[in-house]
Design a protein around this ligand. Structure first.
Ligand SMILES: [Zn+2]
Length: 417
């Protein structure tokens, strides 16, 4: 297990690690910090199966001619979100407390737009689910769909970074009929370093769960609070939707068989909100703007299908500024064209980041192991790094490893189970 990941994606894993090493000191701390977190927090919590899968990936990478990556690099890459979005801020909060201060302003990076609808809203009465990922374009590289068949587990397909054992973006299907996605909760700084990392829980959940309840139990068990998310889980067998808002110390679950859930990086539950530092009243905030855009799109929607979902992920209506204007506040995020940047995540003006993909599935497609996937910005616009960095030289540090992000057509992928 893992060997094919190493052989087929080894060179791309090496390239991802090069870019991540360049990127992380500009956002949080250097790669050595990520490796220390991997050694101290995650390695002791790796189940045997995941540890041996990472060993298998390394063996495959060596056979593909990549021998400068070690076990700790791969554990650190798997733990990327636990470390950057959670552990880093937990340490900052502790340092602030030691000085007698409260949590400093958050500079968490991340973002995504997601929704699912079911029942009377959809064309066939069964669920429709869609997601786009927001990320710095420098370290985009999420254009992998991995089809896995572990011994003793469910077959599953996920979108992921090369060289990893879990999704990260997150998008999963399994052959028990679960479809799973999420958006990150902005500004959440709580964490339990002694708990099981997010990437281990998320992997075990999709590998073993057959119902949303079972999936939730895997996510809750001894959680470290890493990468706190609003998870949306859809079940082919019932077309029921579940949303799990999962903080470190609090969580809340909602369910519907006739309605919708949305994700745009904003916590809904009052107790989970207490674990965050975030201004829920600020309508200029990009997460709040997108929340009201989702409501506008969905509250009276009828006949929702895969085409509706693709269009929603490419939506450019900015409810804060008004009009069709791709920006930080639109469901298809364009921070690179936004003079405000994304202060919620400490992305400066015209930061080269935003939405970079789209994934859509329906109950009918998920039953067969199929997804519509789109690489590049969901609206079809390209990002050209040379022009952008020339106009915004404050990001010239990215030039050595920058790449264009070209939008490809929506494509139907089929795991065929
Ligand atoms: Zn767009």
């Amino acid at each position: 297990m893992g060997y094919q990941n190493g052989v087929l994606l080894g060179q791309r894993t090496r390239e991802v690690l090069e870019r991540v090493r360049l990127y992380v000191p500009h956002a949080w701390d250097d790669w050595a910090f990520f490796r220390r977190a991997a050694a101290e927090l995650y390695q002791p919590k790796l189940p045997d199966g995941i540890g041996s899968e990472i060993e298998g990936t390394l063996a495959g990478m060596r056979d593909a001619g990549v021998d400068e990556v070690d076990f700790l690099d791969l554990v650190a890459l798997n733990g990327y979100f636990d470390t950057s979005y959670s552990y880093y801020y937990y340490l900052k909060a502790q340092q602030a407390a030691a000085r007698g201060q409260s949590m400093p302003p958050m500079d968490e990076h991340g973002g995504c737009s997601a929704f699912a609808a079911t029942g009377g809203m959809t064309k066939d009465g069964a669920f429709v689910l869609g997601h786009n990922t927001w990320f710095p374009y420098l370290i985009a590289r999420w254009n992998v769909l991995l089809d896995a068949a572990p011994d003793g587990g469910r077959r599953f397909m996920m979108q992921c970074y090369p060289g990893t054992v879990y999704s990260g973006t997150d998008f999963y299907l399994n052959d028990a009929g679960l479809a799973v996605t999420e958006t990150t909760i902005t500004g959440l700084f709580t964490f339990r370093p002694e708990g099981v990392p997010y990437f281990v829980r998320a992997r075990r959940a999709i590998e073993h769960a057959t119902t949303p309840d079972e999936w939730q139990a895997y996510m809750l068990e001894d959680s470290n609070g890493g990468y706190a998310d609003d998870w949306i889980v859809a079940d082919v067998k019932t077309s029921e939707l579940m949303m799990l808002e999962l903080g470190t110390h609090h969580h809340r679950t909602w369910r519907t068989t006739d309605g919708y859930f949305t994700g745009c990086n904003v916590a809904r539950d009052p107790e989970v909100r207490q674990e965050t530092s975030f201004d829920y009243e600020d309508t200029a905030n990009c997460c709040n703007s997108r929340l009201s855009r989702w409501e506008g799109l969905l509250q009276d929607a009828r006949g929702v299908d895969a085409e509706f979902a693709k269009a929603a992920l490419a939506d450019h209506l900015d409810v804060h500024a008004g009009g069709l204007r791709p920006s930080r506040s639109t469901l298809c995020g364009h921070v690179e064209s936004d003079g405000t940047g994304l202060p919620e995540w400490e992305w400066g003006p015209y930061y080269p980041g935003g939405s970079l993909d789209g994934i859509v599935t329906t109950a009918e497609l998920a039953r067969q192991g199929k997804v519509w996937a789109h690489w590049g910005k969901p609206c079809g616009e390209d990002y050209r790094w040379r022009e952008h960095l020339a106009a915004h030289p404050e990001y010239a540090w990215q030039a050595p490893l920058a790449e264009d992000l070209i939008a490809h057509p929506w494509t139907l992928f089929n795991a065929g189970w």
